[in-house]
Write a protein that binds this ligand. Structure first.
Ligand code: SF4
Length: 178
């Protein structure tokens, strides 16, 4: 993984490397059974070089604690490794340019479960027309792994009514035999 990080840190595969502060490669247990996949780094992530820090990160930690997991038990990474300016959505061309880094991380870790946080990772890994509001929490067997799409923590912080739905989705992870 260290070698992959070095290569990724030198990547100029799209324009985003120009405006980032730090590469946000991914953190956690490199032998984890579960990977959580987000979309792209935000301001705090860009400054600290770590995915899911700040309010969204604290909320995700709380959700993990409820199912008996900590960050040391899982791996977390984004599809996009450099922050898009003003936190805009990553363009499809940027996703296409960057996703191979995440795919290599997944190859190395070889997890049993991939949890997609929010629409963009779910459309890349589960179904190109994935609708979070309709398909969240579905467990999908594909290529020898189990995939699940759920809400992005930032979306829950904007609408706490959906917190209970995300709690229900993540509770299903406890039922999977890992
Ligand atoms: S966002 Fe990804 S593809 Fe673009 S420069 Fe950064 S690491 Fe390379």
């Amino acid at each position: 993984m260290r070698e992959l990080f070095k290569q990724c840190n030198a990547c100029k595969g799209c324009e985003l490397y120009r405006s980032r502060t730090n590469l946000v490669f991914g953190v956690g247990n490199e032998k984890a059974d579960i990977i959580f996949v987000g979309e792209a780094p935000g301001e705090q992530e860009d400054l600290l070089a770590e995915p899911f820090v700040g309010r969204s990160g604290k909320f995700l930690d709380e959700m993990l604690r409820e199912i008996g997991l900590t960050r040391e038990d899982i791996y977390i990474a984004n599809i996009i490794k450099c922050r898009p300016p003003q936190n805009r959505d990553p363009k499809p061309s940027e996703q296409d340019a960057c996703i191979h880094w995440l795919e290599k991380q997944i190859e190395i870790i070889d997890p049993k479960v991939i949890v997609c946080l929010g629409r963009i990772p779910a459309t890349r890994f589960i179904d190109k027309d994935f609708k979070v509001t309709k398909q969240h929490g579905e467990l999908i067997q594909k290529n020898g792994r189990i995939y699940m799409g759920t809400f992005h923590p930032a979306a829950i912080l904007r609408n706490m009514n959906n917190k209970i739905l995300m709690q229900g989705d993540l509770a299903k992870l406890k039922e999977i035999k890992l």
